[in-house]
Write a protein that binds this ligand. Structure first.
Ligand code: SF4
Length: 102
């Protein structure tokens, strides 16, 4: 009985650690606004926060999800972008190289 309990406790612990590892890994390839290259391209993870005085090109409604470079589905919240060497950008994001998806 005690070994069964130990097995269950061990399994839950292992599953928790695995979950944390996967979650950490999933976040490691996300583009951060603080990255120097992201700053150079004016990347914002929330397009509504783009500084319009600095980036006059930005038009409300533009976002990574409707950009030609967004390599995900319209339902994806994050997807790779070649401008960032395949790192993941936020579907709600934006950067200066935005190109409307046709
Ligand atoms: S190129 Fe397009 S998909 Fe990539 S970060 Fe800029 S706006 Fe988003």
């Amino acid at each position: 009985m005690n070994s069964r309990r130990n097995f269950i406790v061990s399994s839950i612990s292992a599953a928790s650690l695995l979950g944390l590892s996967i979650k950490s890994f999933a976040g490691s390839d996300n583009v951060s606004e603080g990255d120097s290259f992201a700053q150079a391209l004016g990347y914002k993870s929330d397009a509504s926060k783009v500084d319009r005085s600095k980036y006059a090109k930005y038009v409300a409604g533009q976002a990574c999800v409707n950009c030609s470079y967004f390599q995900g589905k319209s339902t994806d919240t994050w997807a790779p972008c070649p401008m960032f060497s395949g790192k993941l950008v936020d579907a709600k994001g934006w950067c200066i190289t935005y190109l409307k998806k046709t």
